[in-house]
Write a protein that binds this ligand. Structure first.
Ligand code: ZN
Ligand code: ZN
Ligand code: ZN
Length: 381
């Protein structure tokens, strides 16, 4: 759990950064940013719910009257003593914002930052009531805070990772041949919930040639003996994401249909690349250097063009968040940043493989949260 006093600290830091950068106000709608600052996991509704953080003065939380009780009860709202301002069904909710955003938000040329995922209907509503302001994205402030996880957050990521690891083990130990990808995918989701996730967000089960499609949607194709399966699963546990990929080879109990030499050779390159990228994680290493560590190895083996995507993405309250580990991102890692390390090699129409762990940058090197075997899982299935 996140200690409730952490929320007040997060709010203070967000407000301090807002003032420091000459921004008039932060307007945070429903989503991960709101949950990060207030602990309020509000429902995404068309009715406006918005944390208003002026550069100076008391922050408020605007909420529809019917949600006000839930808002008041959120741990960060209590801890920081944020006043909840309810509005009724017939009120113009956006109009409330003008009075709450503070003088810095209503002067000519003011800058206001809105949360990245705010619905367009609310962005336009804000523009209507605060016409002087230029709008930007709250990422400018929130990414600095959300990227670096505190020990409580790392602990939740670790619990989520271990739960997903157990599900991988359960699936690998079960029946696969003759079942459809979609059936196995549903089983993955049920098991993620059984292992403590509140949401099972995705369960990629990509068998045979489908394994060459990184974000393959599970289909009615039946799994056969003698083919690989890319299993990429995840969801959220107490708000924090899991995301792990393992590659299986299903024999159906027949040793004659084990992995081909070609597949094994490709997989060895991939496993090497994933280990190299993980080993490169330390404070000061750039995001792109982690990508490069994996890519250089894969390219040297001749599979460069078949590594189709960046090596990883940040993870926390969102499954994909800052930072992105991709060529061109020179931002240095610092201790506490959490992200995936997930190189893949995809031979279109034939087969593919991916290995994915969630890794936290520790003070001296990588803290790998996922603990299941990273090698090729040869399963009877
Ligand atoms: Zn992905
Ligand atoms: Zn994944
Ligand atoms: Zn991922």
């Amino acid at each position: 759990m996140i200690a409730s006093e952490r929320y007040a600290e997060r709010l203070d830091r967000a407000q301090a950064l807002t003032a420091e950068r000459g921004i008039g106000a932060l307007l945070i709608g429903v989503g991960a940013d709101l949950r990060y600052i207030t602990g309020y996991a509000a429902m995404p509704l068309e009715r406006l719910t918005m944390l208003v953080v002026p550069a100076a003065g008391a922050p408020t939380l605007v909420a529809p009257r019917l949600e006000a009780m839930a808002a008041v009860g959120a741990p960060g709202v209590r801890a920081a003593g944020i006043e909840v301002v309810p509005w009724d069904e017939t009120d113009d909710a956006h109009a409330l914002l003008r009075g709450l955003a503070g003088p810095g938000a209503t002067k000519a040329g003011a800058r206001i930052l809105v949360s990245d995922r705010l619905w367009a209907m609310h962005v336009l509503g804000i523009q209507r009531v605060l016409p002087e302001a230029r709008l930007g994205l709250a990422t400018e402030i929130l990414r600095v805070l959300r990227m670096v996880k505190d020990p409580d957050e790392v602990q939740l990521l670790r619990l989520a990772a271990h739960a997903a690891d157990r599900v991988v083990g359960q699936i690998a130990a079960g029946r696969l041949v003759g079942r459809t990808e979609a059936e196995v995918s549903r089983e993955v989701k049920d098991r993620l919930i059984a292992e403590g996730h509140e949401h099972a967000e995705f369960a990629i089960v990509a068998a045979g040639p489908n394994s060459a499609s990184p974000h393959h949607d599970a289909t009615d194709r039946e799994i056969r003996a003698g083919e690989p399966i890319v299993l990429d699963i995840g969801g959220s546990l107490v708000g924090y994401g899991s995301d792990t990929t393992r590659t299986l080879w299903v024999t159906g109990g027949d040793p004659a249909v084990g992995p081909t030499d070609e597949f094994r050779a490709m997989f060895d390159v991939l496993q090497d690349a994933q280990a190299l990228a993980t080993a490169a994680v330390r404070p000061g290493a750039s995001c792109e250097s982690i990508d490069r560590a994996a890519r250089d190895r894969i390219t040297a083996a001749g599979y460069g063009p078949q590594f189709l995507h960046r090596v990883g993405h940040g993870i926390g309250l969102e499954a994909h968040e800052e930072p992105y580990l991709v060529a061109g991102n020179a931002e240095p890692l610092v201790a506490g940043v959490a992200f995936s390390v997930e190189p893949g090699i995809y031979l279109e129409g034939r087969f593919g493989a991916r290995i994915e762990d969630i890794v936290v940058c520790g003070p001296d090197g990588p803290d790998v949260l996922n603990q299941s075997d990273r090698g090729l899982w040869i399963v009877d299935g």
